[in-house]
Design a protein around this ligand. Structure first.
Ligand code: FAD
Length: 389
């Protein structure tokens, strides 16, 4: 990925060295016991990788999204799948709104813990009754003396079983009726304690990535102090928008890395497995789909690079970041699926890992935005077609 400078090659080598300490057995064990990969998280923190994009004054490396993409792509390529990437994903883009809109005091107290890995944060946006229509969220933060009282429900919140903090989006004024103000106004962003003795966090049984939990949250009259509000009241949704394009690039790079890992495993198997007296990889029916996977992964990677270059240059990159996310998650998914099919029965066996990668990579096609919503975006914003919904 990318033509790398010396410093960037060192990032790839350093992250690879950490990942190599956590082999297939480690990830299989985390999955089997549905336990957070805390040793991996700690190891990444110890070598400074959790603070890649954080300012140096708070202990980070102060680098751009390109370097964050390199970190996540490298993690994804090395066998840990989404269990590995999701355990550190929030660190790469999540704190962005606080960096840009938080006060000096907030940053000084919040960021160092995230860099050191002593604080974990989850991202609390999705709601059961709003879905992708984020402006329709119902969680409400009512102003009271010294803070806010928050009530509502959140859905799918990843790492909430282990996180100490939550980046929480809530309405602080009701959604305006159609034609009477902007639906995107009136939401506020908080970085606050996730106190599981006061917020009910219910784990959702799911298809893959058992090691990293996702949860329904039940929030009932939960007090959040004024000091935990990021920036101005009512502007929270706008603050989140800043971080959406980098996150799309990160997810794309993660999917691509997982797809490349699966492709490597399938290719190795196709060379070694002999049926009808010849390696199965000698059959074009096995070889060509793998070649197609390689091409699709490379093409998606180019789109990630384009989006990242634009973003790091301060230029608009919505079309490219969304396209990269769609291409990357499809290519990653298809490569994992093909890896299973290449291996026949053994593709279905846990021992060969690709069935886990297939289950895990699927989520990249769903979150944080689906294929359909990306196509809506391109149709409307790039092709200038009428909004379809
Ligand atoms: C494992 C996992 C982890 C997650 N982690 C987090 C997290 O940490 N924090 C968080 O906030 N969220 C998280 N999410 C939520 C995720 O971002 C959402 O699931 C995703 O944004 C889709 O929203 P939804 O599930 O509500 O789908 P819905 O909004 O219910 O949509 C359902 C389907 O309808 C389609 N659709 C809806 N409207 C339109 C339209 N106008 N045009 C075309 N198609 C349409 C969608 O594309 C989708 O295919 C996670 C989800 C999963 C599965």
């Amino acid at each position: 990925m990318f033509r790398l400078s010396g410093e960037q090659s060192a990032i790839v080598d350093g992250v690879t060295a950490v990942c190599k300490r956590f082999g297939d057995d480690y990830w299989a064990e985390c999955e089997e016991h549905a336990r957070f990969p805390k040793e991996f998280h700690r190891a990444m923190a110890a070598d400074g990788w959790l603070g890649v994009t954080m300012p140096e004054q708070y202990g980070g490396a102060g680098l751009g999204i390109k370097e964050a993409v390199l970190v996540m792509h490298t993690v994804a390529r090395n066998g840990g799948g989404m269990a590995a990437t999701s355990s550190i994903h929030m660190n790469m883009f999540g704190p962005h709104p606080m960096l840009v809109h938080g006060s000096e005091a907030q940053k000084a107290s919040w960021i160092p813990g995230l860099v050191a890995g002593t604080t974990q944060v989850c991202f609390g946006v999705t709601e059961p009754d709003a879905g992708l229509d984020t402006t329709s969220i119902k969680t409400f933060a009512k102003k009271v003396d010294g803070g806010f009282r928050v009530s509502g429900r959140k859905m799918w919140i990843s790492t909430a079983q282990v996180a100490h903090k939550i980046l929480l989006l809530a309405r602080t004024s009701p959604k305006p009726e159609k034609g009477k103000g902007k639906a995107t106004d009136g939401m506020s962003l908080f970085y606050t304690d996730l106190d599981r003795s006061k917020i009910e966090v219910r784990r959702i049984p799911k298809h893959g990535r058992a090691a990293v939990d996702s949860n329904a949250l039940f929030i009932d009259d939960y007090f959040v102090p004024d000091s935990d509000l990021i920036g101005e009241e009512g502007k929270g949704f706008h603050y989140l928008l800043d971080g959406l394009n980098p996150e799309r690039c990160l997810i794309a790079a993660e999917s691509i890395g997982i797809g490349q890992d699966a492709l490597e495993r399938a290719t190795r198997y196709a060379k070694e497995r002999v049926v009808f007296g010849r390696p199965i990889g000698k059959n074009q029916g096995i070889q060509h789909p793998l070649a197609e996977n390689w091409i699709a992964l490379e093409a998606a990677q180019l789109m990630v690079e384009r989006a990242v270059e634009l973003y790091d240059a301060g230029l608009p990159c919505g079309a490219e970041a969304n396209s990269a996310k769609l291409l990357g998650s499809r290519a990653g998914y298809q490569a994992c699926q093909q890896a299973v099919l290449t291996m026949g029965g053994m593709g279905y066996a846990k021992e060969y890992v690709v069935e886990r990668l297939l289950r895990e990579v699927l989520v990249c096609r769903i979150g944080p935005i689906t294929d359909q919503m990306i196509l809506n975006y391109i149709g409307e914003k790039v092709l200038d077609l009428p909004k379809s919904y």
